[in-house]
Design a protein around this ligand. Structure first.
Ligand SMILES: [Zn+2]
Length: 254
């Protein structure tokens, strides 16, 4: 066997192994027979004193309502009760995630960016620390300058997400809505809003079955907004104003 073919064989083995690990992690998580282990890694985006204090003062309890939301919503669907959801606060991470590619998106730039993100997650948390867990890297921004945050994302492959959030206590409840949304992406849930950001009927509506279609009282978490009228959708104030709809429930194997 030449050196070249050994190299290719090793590379192929590594690829098969990674695919196998990913498959097992995903299978185990969406089987719901063992506790879902979610770790939040905070990252301070700004050096502003208030933003730094906010990140340093974060406690696990701030995220507990996400676990409560999942457990409580699962009761509407599952014949089997899901195992507990554990949300823990991991250590702060210094390195910021890579920026999304500028300019037009092609298939190649998307693949390269996804590889970059996976490499970032791999570097930020050692393999054994992340194995079998959902890792959410939450980047806290000072905000207040009126600029919109970068898009958050959750990846099923590798089960991790990058969430952009505001470093302000009054934003905690809405930050948790975004974190829950990306967490569900890592479990296989898809977005339920259209190109203009409006919830898609019926799967993106809080309660599509009975009563008038508009205005809805609650948001479907993967639509991310409450359908108020055919042209208006509102950001839910907290997870109490959100539900997990039947399509999302199906996608995450409830
Ligand atoms: Zn999404």
């Amino acid at each position: 066997m030449s050196f070249q073919s050994i190299r290719i064989a090793v590379l192929l083995c590594a690829l098969v192994l990674t695919a196998g690990v990913n498959y097992w992690e995903q299978w185990a998580a969406t089987h719901w027979t063992r506790p879902l282990d979610v770790v939040i890694y905070p990252i301070g985006a700004d050096h502003d004193r208030a933003a730094r204090d906010y990140v340093e003062g974060l406690t696990q309890g701030r995220f507990q309502e996400i676990a409560d939301f999942l457990e409580q919503q699962s009761e509407r669907y599952s014949m089997k009760k899901i195992a507990a959801v554990s949300i823990r606060l991991g250590p702060e991470i210094a390195a910021l995630p890579p920026d999304p590619p500028a300019g037009a998106k092609s298939a190649l730039t998307s693949i390269l960016w996804s590889l970059k993100l996976r490499y970032y997650a791999f570097r930020a948390t050692p393999f054994l620390q992340g194995f079998g867990k959902i890792r959410l890297f939450v980047v806290y921004h000072e905000g207040g300058d009126g600029k919109p945050l970068q898009h958050s994302l959750g990846l099923r492959q590798g089960m991790f997400g990058i969430v952009h959030a505001f470093a302000q206590p009054e934003q905690d409840a809405q930050n948790n809505v975004v974190i829950a949304h990306e967490l569900l992406h890592t479990l296989g849930a898809t977005d339920k809003y259209d190109a203009s950001g409006l919830p898609v009927y019926p799967e993106g509506f809080g309660v599509p079955e009975d009563g008038p279609r508009y205005p809805q009282a609650r948001a479907e978490i993967m639509a991310g907004r409450v359908a108020v009228s055919p042209t208006v959708a509102a950001i839910p104030r907290d997870l109490g104003a959100c539900v997990i709809g039947s399509k999302t429930a199906y996608e995450i194997n409830w």
